[in-house]
Design a protein around this ligand. Structure first.
Ligand code: AMP
Ligand code: GLY
Length: 426
């Protein structure tokens, strides 16, 4: 089989790495891909937005399965486009991808199908939104309705902060049309976790629970980022919570979307807050998480390709997913200054030395090749990922890998997995 993976980040490197292990797969392509996947996949110089070019390529190369990584092409209908051309593609249609693309759509679905989430209200004018904030007080959460690359959310500790966020979103339109509508939510307290589930529109197959680390600095300080590291399994999700989340969140979401006429195929991501009142949904995403994918896929023992194909042809009920024993930890090495301004083009050394360890794999997120060797080319540069028999050994191994790698200004958190350690200590 030939498989095409669309996207260029750490998530897509991890997808290519996992797909290339399938005995069914003879060739993998990455469009546009990144230098880290070069030994596993042929790179194709097409942007994720070029649906026509990508579908032409898939036809010309008789690609058997296309896997879409990022949310933007999914929300813009790449799956519908490929399906209309008779191509097999893993991901939700644009209608189902509204689950991530419109927070109002997701909230409405959760309300109608009794999926636990924070109380919320939506507003089309800033005056009404501000009046609501004054009525409810802080802490309170303000979100732009549309896709804002993870930056459209303010967890406001004061009313003034919430009002400023509403002005930025609605009146200054700093996120463009994503800010035509605003969602104001109750602030949830607890520990966060992510659960991914494969879906064919009716059956779900969930994967091991993981935890991201969004703030830039140790101790969860500093500005929010795309994610500075992850680990799995997340001990905050006990077996009974896992079963509860399947029954009260994942299955009702897939069933509700099917009932509404938008069957969800692909990978469903539930971002959860484990509160004193039980698990509540913070958000749904319509694709694999980044960097959680980098720790979830190494723990997946089953071949991913037959499961992805089963999501496309509605036969997921015939499949199971096996999980490996042990734990996985990924530490993101970022450019100095990220998530604010940072420089690119710094020479990276030591990746081969880290990769030589059988328990380590270095996923590339923002790198480029040059005559001088490998250079940094983004905010998040690498995800240094380690398998271990347990969380402490995986953490130790990941930081052994980090110590071997160097580039000017490299910044990383030194406490990835810390929450799990605290919980394991009791
Ligand atoms: P989102 O883009 O919706 O995932 O939000 C980004 C981050 O904001 C989440 O990972 C949470 O840390 C935080 N957040 C979002 N919604 C809430 C909420 N209702 N209560 C508390 N924190 C939230
Ligand atoms: N790790 C958060 C996300 O992928 O949205």
């Amino acid at each position: 089989m030939k498989v095409l993976v669309i996207g260029s980040g750490g998530r897509e490197h991890a997808l290519v790495w996992k797909i290339a292990q399938s005995p069914l797969v003879e060739k993998v392509y990455g469009a546009p891909g990144n230098p880290g996947m070069a030994s596993l996949a042929e790179r194709v110089n097409l942007p994720v937005s070029d649906f026509e070019g990508l579908a032409d390529f898939a036809e010309a190369k008789t690609i058997d399965l296309t896997v879409v990584g990022p949310e933007d092409p999914l929300a813009a209908g790449i799956v519908d486009f490929f399906q209309d051309r008779g191509l097999t593609v893993f991901g939700p249609t644009a209608a189902a991808a509204q689950l991530e693309g419109s927070k109002a759509f997701a909230k409405d679905l959760m309300r109608r199908y009794d999926i636990p989430t924070s109380d919320y209200a939506q507003f089309d004018t800033s005056q009404e939104a501000i009046a609501h904030v004054h009525e409810h007080g802080a802490p309170i959460v303000v979100k732009a309705d549309g896709l804002a690359a993870g930056k459209g959310v303010t967890v406001a500790q004061t009313v003034d902060e919430a009002v400023d966020a509403i002005h930025e979103i609605m009146d200054e339109r700093v996120f463009g049309e994503a800010g035509a509508r605003v969602i104001i939510e109750e602030c949830l307290l607890g520990e966060e976790a992510s659960i991914f589930a494969f879906s064919d529109g009716a059956t779900i197959l969930p994967l091991v629970a993981s935890q991201d680390h969004k703030p830039a600095l140790d101790g969860d300080l500093g500005p929010n980022t795309g994610g500075m590291g992850a680990y799995a399994p997340a001990p905050v999700i006990t077996p009974s919570l896992y079963a509860e989340i399947e029954a009260t969140v994942l299955q009702p979401c897939v069933d509700g979307l099917a009932k509404d006429g938008h069957p969800y195929t692909g990978l469903l991501y539930a971002g959860l807050m484990i509160t004193d009142d039980g698990p509540k949904v913070i958000e749904f995403n319509c694709r694999f998480g980044d960097p959680e994918t980098q720790v979830v896929l190494p723990l997946m023992a089953s071949d991913i390709v037959p499961i992805m194909l089963a999501c496309c042809d509605g036969t997921l009920a015939e499949r199971t997913v096996e999980t490996r024993e042990g734990a996985c930890v990924s530490v993101v090495m970022a450019s100095g200054g990220y998530p604010k301004s940072y420089e690119k083009g710094k020479v990276i050394t030591g990746i081969a030395e880290a990769d030589a360890d059988a328990d380590l794999v270095v996923f590339h997120a923002g790198t480029q090749t040059s005559d001088e060797g490998l250079l940094t080319n983004g905010g998040r540069v690498l995800g240094v990922t380690a398998l271990g028999t347990d969380i402490p050994s995986a953490i130790a191994k990941a930081y052994e890998g980090v110590a071997k790698i160097d580039f000017d200004g490299a910044q990383y958190r030194s406490d990835i997995g810390g929450r799990a350690l605290e919980r394991l200590k009791g």
